[in-house]
Each structure stands twice: as C-alpha cells, then as structure tokens.
Ligand binder design. Sequence first.
Ligand code: HEC
Length: 101
Amino acid sequence: MKKISIQVLTLVAALAVILTLSLSASAQDGAALYKAKCAMCHGPDGSKLAGHNLQTADVQKLSDADISGIITNGKGKMPAYKSLKPEEVKGLVDHIRTLKK
Ligand code: HEC
C-alpha cells in the first residue's frame, strides 16, 4: 500500500514538473516569436504604433479570442499570420499580456 502511494506521489510530482516546463517554454516562445514577427512594427515593448499601443487598456481589454483573431486574420495594415500554430498564437497573446503597463 505504502509503495503505491509513493509511486503515485512521484507521478504527480513528475507531471507538475512537466507542466511547469511546458508553460514556461510557451511564454519564452511567445517572447521570441513576438521579437521575430511583431516587434518591427509594434516595438519591443509594444508601444511603437501610436493609437495601437499594445500596453494600453484599449488593447488589453480585448479578450484572448479577439487578440488571437487579430493575429491569425490580420487587421487593417497588419498582416495575417495564418501559419502559426494555436499554441504559438497563445504564446503571443500571453506575451502581449506581459506588456501591460
Ligand atoms: C507590418 C506591421 C505589423 C506587424 C508585423 C504586426 N502588426 Fe499588429 N498591428 C499593425 C497595425 C498597423 C495595427 C492596427 C490595425 C488597424 O486597426 O488598422 C495592428 C494591430 C494589432 C493589434 C490590435 C491593436 C489595436 O489597437 O487594434 C494587436 C493585438 C496586434 N497588432 C498584435 C500583433 C502581433 C502579436 C504581431 C506579431 C505576430 C503583430 N501585431 C505584427 C501592424 C503590424
């Protein structure tokens, strides 16, 4: 009995580590993707485009789904990024949330 509960604990601990690692990996990917694909227009901190400053409440009040939609479908002069995987789009949304001032 005791042995089983130790195995279960080990499994839970291992899962927790994997989850933490994959979450931080997605945040890092988001930052790297942002730098590669978005920063030339929006600036490294998101504030370069006047009127579309990613740090401001106007943008931060958009839902994750809204921002994901803008990234995948584009908006006005912003190009569409249709080839990004859903987890990459999510990483970008997470990164945009970190830009909030
Ligand atoms: C070629 C320049 C350009 C690139 C590259 C670009 N954007 Fe944009 N982005 C814009 C412009 C211009 C707007 C405003 C669109 C409009 O409303 O006409 C915009 C709007 C947005 C908005 C909505 C903000 C608002 O005020 O409407 C978000 C969110 C956004 N971009 C995120 C991103 C992300 C994430 C990337 C990288 C995957 C990216 N953008 C790449 C030019 C760009």
